[in-house]
Design a protein around this ligand. Sequence first.
Ligand code: PMP
Length: 285
Amino acid sequence: YDDRDGKIWLDGALVDWRDAKVHILTHALHYASSVFEGERCYDGKVFKGHEHSLRLIESGRLLEMEVPYSAEEIDAAKEAVLKANGLENAYLRVVAWRGSGLDMGVSARRNPVRMAVAAWEWGSYYGDAKWQGAKLDVARWKRPSPDTIPTAAKAAGLYMICTMSKHAAEAKGYSDALFMDWRGYVAEATGANIFFVKDGEVHTPLADAILNGITRQTVIQMLKDQGVTVHERHIKPEELDGFQECWLTGSAAEVTPVGQIGDWHFQVGQMTRKVAEDYEKLVRA
Ligand code: PMP
């Protein structure tokens, strides 16, 4: 991803893709002082772009790191990147981090907070097999308690165990991993939220220790508007036996059907298909 043509927005200006670099003593590289967003642009419009900009600022606040741009400025940076790269349908990555400079240690108050926006074409998150249903491994790591780390932030530090769990899953032939949380409840995948269907009603983990995804919130509202009952609650792994359908949601993952989690199997059923199709329509509406 580093050696190609294009423009990246870095600290207020568009720079050549190849020149969007940071110093090796960047605080974020050593101490995970970084927050980010993953978003998609459909037919020239960033879906819920402003909500993503606000979440980036909020994630920074949760890390006591002030993102030095307003949500409107972040929105404008995204527009500039899409335009400069001639993109109408794209994935966007916005990242803010503590840079290098005056401090090199755990404390880094005097280092500037920096921000970058990049965008590129990115198709289906789980590839062509989407409609066969993703196969999920059960992660050996647990999502941590909100007393341990600010779980509501979309922050780099929360992804260390995501990469480890996803690598372990891929090595076993799965496409992703599902985490339980520190209490043992079903939590989320490494980059997506999870939903289940039982007898026409929808069940999804309560967002008390997971990222309350923007897609998750969108899909819950969409279902409620259609008169579907949605239960946001604690879900025990043994309940997976009784669920008929399952899907993941995320800005990158969109609505991805799940066919298997460990030894549990699900059908890519009617409700899953409808939610995926309705979401596809909504993002381009
Ligand atoms: N959980 C995790 C751990 C994620 O990384 C993501 C992707 N941002 C999600 C859930 C889904 O969030 P969203 O719908 O806002 O993309």
